[in-house]
Design a binder for this molecule. Structure first.
Ligand SMILES: C[S@@+](CC[C@H](N)C(=O)[O-])C[C@H]1O[C@@H](n2cnc3c(N)ncnc32)[C@H](O)[C@@H]1O
Length: 260
């Protein structure tokens, strides 16, 4: 296993909060990617790093045939409740348990940057895709366009050193970083689509709590304890609290489209 064991444990702990509160904010980039590559009736789609499976539910609603892979058993449990008939496997992005040339389209939403060897993850996406099939890799855009960047940074600041094999949320957000890895992995980059993806929370308390459901949140709790992690998050979120107590943070996610 590459980074799946470590990442699977980090992302499993808060699976229900992730699927209820954070995953729905990502619908804009799921739609943008599926529109860009024509996910529709009969398309055999693999979502690599599918988490709790909302993107696959949306693909199924378009008539596609959904398959998912993720490291986190906790998130897969939610995905299996939503898609009892789909092939949803626990495994590693860097060593996928699928035959060559199997899928008509492959997506990775906000997952590849957490792999220890992202180029290997992209090679695997290419291997399991049919020749010429479309592939999308979506990550956070440049941090200066993401109001969530300082929030995630407040967790990062609590941690002494990134342990080996832990990629961070913004690890592949520099302009051209994903495209260059795609080329190294034998993919042909085509388009880049920026998608406005605001993160909206009903209250400061909830915003702070649900961030502990993320991999970086869980890691911060493991290292410095929950009270320190909650304090850091409250400080980072508080400038965004509006008069009615809700929060909305603007972000850009970047969808890169390539061909296998
Ligand atoms: C930010 S979450 C995104 C989940 C989902 N794509 C979504 O849009 O909600 C990152 C996901 O990548 C998965 N992940 C990270 N590293 C992985 C690896 N090496 N192999 C498989 N999955 C991995 C985590 O388990 C987690 O589900």
């Amino acid at each position: 296993m590459g980074s799946a064991e470590l990442q699977g444990a980090l992302w499993s702990a808060g699976a229900r909060d992730w699927s209820q509160f954070i995953e729905p904010t990502q619908v804009p980039f799921y739609e943008a990617a599926f529109d860009a590559i024509g996910v529709g009736p009969g398309v055999r789609l693999l979502d690599a790093g599918c988490g709790s499976g909302l993107a696959l539910v949306m693909a199924k609603d378009r008539g596609a045939l959904p398959t998912g892979l993720d490291a986190a058993v906790g998130l897969l449990e939610v995905a299996r409740e939503r898609l009892p008939d789909a092939d949803l496997r626990q495994g590693d992005l860097e060593e996928m348990p699928f035959d060559d040339d199997l899928f008509d389209a492959v997506t990775a939403f906000n997952s590849v940057q957490f792999a220890a060897d992202a180029t290997q993850a992209l090679r695997e996406m290419r291997r399991v895709a049919a020749p010429g099939a479309p592939i999308t890799v979506t990550t956070w855009g440049p941090p200066e366009l993401c109001e969530m960047a300082p929030v995630l940074g407040s967790l990062g600041a609590l941690l002494p050193l990134p342990p080996a094999g832990v990629g961070g949320p913004f690890a592949l957000s520099a302009p051209g970083a994903v495209e260059s890895l795609m080329t190294s992995a034998g993919l042909s980059p085509e388009d880049v689509i920026d998608v406005a993806t605001p993160f909206v929370f009903p209250s400061l308390d909830l915003a702070v709590r649900v961030m502990l459901s993320t991999g970086p949140g869980k890691r911060a709790v493991d290292v410095v304890g929950e009270p320190a992690a909650l304090d850091a998050l409250a400080g980072a979120f508080s400038p965004h609290v509006r008069d009615d107590g809700t929060l909305s943070l603007d972000n850009v996610f970047r969808v890169r489209v390539a061909r296998a």
